[in-house]
Design a protein around this ligand. Sequence first.
Ligand code: MSP
Length: 491
Amino acid sequence: MSKNKFYVTTPIYYVNAEPHIGHVYTSTAADVLARYYRIQYGKENVFFMTGTDEHGAKIQEIAEAKSMKPKEFTDEIVAGFKGVWKSLDISYDNFLRTTDKDHIEAVKWVTQTLYDNGDIYKGSYQALYCVGCEQYKTISELIDGKICPDHNRLCEVHEEEAYLFALSKYQKQLEKLISSDEILISPVARKNEVLSFIRGGLEDVAVSRKKEKVSWGIDLPFDETQTTYVWVDAFLNYLTGLGWPKEQKLVDKFWPVDVQLMAKDIVRVHSTIWQAMLLALNLPTSKQLFVHGYFTVDGKKMSKSLGNVLRPNELIEKFGADAVRYSILREFPFGSDGDISEVKILDRYNYELANGVGNLVQRALSMINKYSLKPTKKTTDVCEIDECYEDVKMRESISRNMEELHFEAILTDVWQNVIRPTNQYLEEKKPWELAKFDLVELARVMEIVYNELFLIANYLEPFMPETVEKMRFQLENLKPEPLFPRIEKEQ
Ligand code: MSP
């Protein structure tokens, strides 16, 4: 297995409603990582996996309410997800739908294998189940022990014949793998939460539901009166998306997965059920689960059920894909919760994109044209601009921050330590004055700026691929055009 390979995943999203800005956040981050590591390791050594989680009671409920077949309904929503990913330049290598034939076969194979090994067994289960979250809840998570705080809806009590997965058997092993960082859970506060949850005792979990209740699911091969619990079905996408278990090639190359992105809502199930399933299948566990922050919108919790979602398509139409990608990752550190709003995106857009990088490129190229200069692209990375990071220092900092998923720190660095000093350099050197008495110095100064612009393009490439393509074209052809036309605030 190549050491320099990178496999990144997003959760596969529920298709009960259109994609929202929370989904965009995770997928943009995954895309930035994939693009960065493709540049470092080569395209063939990176795999970026995403998709949709399509089974379960909730989808069934919504489709029925719309008098549609579940698959018909999910086809429609999936088209919406794919549309947003296309507009945002999300460069996934595979988009898996849990309704894909090969995935369904694989899920059946896994449930049968775990049943044959004794990891899945027949029992009964009593549980509080929130249809909104598609998750069983513990009493302590609920209001008055029965109402889901996220969906403000009464949980169902399930006491029924079910098949259970022997999660408790893996408690000690999971605790060891997580505390030793063999399964790295970041940020560390999340690791500690997960560990105390595990130490509180893991119970065996139901991995099936009665088909009469949830018919929109994958049948258990050894008992067709039951369908597979959605999480077991969904987790397997991370493997089936690589062709497993039919095709071994991509699994050999990319498994174990390097980074699995998610928010705090699903880290517990990923750290316990999913990792225990891998252990039960004799497969290596995930290398890292990275838990990013939760968005609020204008200070309020955003959720599909509460209806205060920011619509990606509208934002992309207004600001362009790259400005959306940039501003959501720039706004707050990736592992912390934070607030986002259209006004915040607009401010970033005008200040850092229109007045910042956009203005710098346009100004520099206009001067180069005005004074008929012919700057050459150099390969040295000595930087003469005061307070501007040398290329080597910037690349080191990007590499370290990418490893730690500190996207915001990278963008701050590019802005504070490269774009701003380069702008200042132009102010201080006053090329318009030099043009009057020192043409040699003028050419030298503008060549330095010109070369710095190529470096800025390199740094921003994973974040703003479309802009960087335009920027490089403008630089190569000395053709300035506004990259980010200013947008006025609506009164
Ligand atoms: N289908 C399951 C995941 C199965 S993975 C094997 C699911 N889907 S979901 O549509 O609800 O997506 C949850 C994920 O969407 C979060 O973990 C996070 O990645 C992203 N986000 C959803 N809302 C978000 C915010 N408000 N803020 C940040 N991320 C959000 O759970």
